[in-house]
Design a protein around this ligand. Structure first.
Ligand SMILES: *[C@@H]1O[C@H](CO)[C@@H](O)[C@H](O)[C@H]1NC(C)=O
Ligand SMILES: *[C@@H]1O[C@H](CO)[C@@H](O)[C@H](O)[C@H]1NC(C)=O
Length: 365
């Protein structure tokens, strides 16, 4: 009798513990709906999605060890390619991202990156995933707008929707994402301006917006983003002056403004700044190259080609610490090319197509 009772008790406890260790049925149902909207024909990643416990060996899924709620969906084609034995790139997935994922209310990471074929839009309900820290949907065929509700994700640190077909404007609510460190919306069809309060995103380190249809000026509030190290606005239709404050930002190292409609002069601040990769190529920049080089000028890249620069190459350029790749071709520069070790290695391609530059490596004066 007692033994039977003990047996029943332990069986009950075993049953209860296996239930409480499994993911909640509602999380499992949401994942199965997510899976049903996708088709991944080559790798069979979803074959591991078996059994009642979605926290147990389901590919790409992680759970909170205490609550057993799903906290992470992580599908990266690159990562799969690295471990796949076939030796060639196989990552490909079609379908769409089901709004059912919004039932995974403890989700902190949603990564579906580089699958090339996922289409549809970013479900607007992602704005309700208040625990979300990483949203990485790069390298797919997502279209539609960036949902305005994204501005509610106060914990979001990474927003990456690069290399898709996203259109519409950057929602003004984005300026509420005060935890954001990494914003990557490159290679989409995004239009409109950068919001004037964009600088409220004070934790941003990288802002990558190249290859879109963005217009307008660089807002002055960007000067408040003290940790900004990379600003890539290339291949858009930005206009106005290049603001001098960019040369005073303490950790800004990469500034790509090429392929826009910027006009006016190059701010002297940029010449002696923390910027070491500077691309201003293919704009309408005019005036003279500021005579402001000095020991703080260290450029791995300084590309000023295809602009309207006039006057001489300043003699102070000889005092730069280093200039790896200089390109001042296709401007209206004139006069002797200064000599100096920081850029002695350059060949004529760096200087061709000007009005009357002369001296090594071009023809003598
Ligand atoms: C930012 O958040 C505040 C407080 O929640 C809200 O009142 C405001 O409308 C939001 N701003 C935008 C542009 O959505
Ligand atoms: C600078 O930008 C131009 C135009 O986008 C591009 O063709 C060029 O390769 C870039 N320069 C460097 C050194 O990357």
């Amino acid at each position: 009798m007692a033994i039977t009772f003990l047996y029943m008790l332990s069986a009950t406890l075993l049953y209860l513990s296996s239930v409480s260790n499994a993911c909640p049925p509602s999380d499992r149902a949401a994942l199965l709906a997510f899976r049903a909207a996708l088709d991944e024909p080559h790798l069979g990643l979803f074959n591991s999605w078996k059994g009642t416990d979605c926290c147990h060996k389901w590919y790409g899924i992680s759970c909170d060890p205490g609550t057993h709620r799903v906290t992470s969906i992580n599908f990266q084609a690159e990562a799969v390619d690295a471990i796949s034995e076939t030796g060639f790139r196989t990552g490909f997935m079609t379908g769409s991202i089901s709004p059912q994922i919004c039932k995974l209310t403890e989700l902190s990471t949603l990564t579906m990156a580089d699958w090339k074929g996922i289409s549809g839009s970013i479900p607007p309900c992602v704005g309700s995933l208040s625990r979300l820290r990483i949203l990485n949907l790069m390298g797919n065929k997502l279209a539609g707008n960036i949902p305005a509700g994204i501005g509610r994700l106060r914990l979001l640190t990474v927003l990456n929707a690069a290399f898709n077909q996203i259109s519409g404007e950057i929602p003004p609510s984005l300026t509420n994402l005060t935890s954001l460190t990494h914003l990557d919306l490159r290679n989409n069809l995004i239009s409109g301006k950068i919001h004037k309060n964009f600088g409220e995103l004070k934790k941003l380190g990288r802002v990558l917006l190249s290859n879109n249809n963005l217009i307008g000026a660089i807002p002055s509030s960007i000067s408040q983003i003290y940790r900004l190290s990379e600003l890539d606005l290339s291949a858009n239709r930005f206009s106005g002056q290049i603001p001098p404050f960019l040369g005073k930002m303490e950790v800004l190292a990469t500034l790509n403004l090429d392929g826009n409609r910027f006009s006016g002069a190059i701010p002297a601040t940029l010449i002696s700044s923390s910027v070491s990769v500077l691309n201003l190529s293919r704009n309408g920049v005019d005036g003279e190259i500021p005579d402001a080089f000095g020991p703080r000028s260290y450029f791995m890249v300084m590309d000023l080609s295809y602009n309207k620069l006039r006057g001489k190459i300043p003699t102070s350029i000889s005092s730069a610490a280093y200039i790896g790749h200089l390109d001042v071709s296709r401007n209206h520069l004139c006069g002797p090319i200064p000599a100096g070790p920081p850029f002695d290695h350059l060949d004529e391609d760096s200087f061709v197509g000007n009005d009357c530059l002369c001296g090594k490596p071009l023809m003598g004066c």
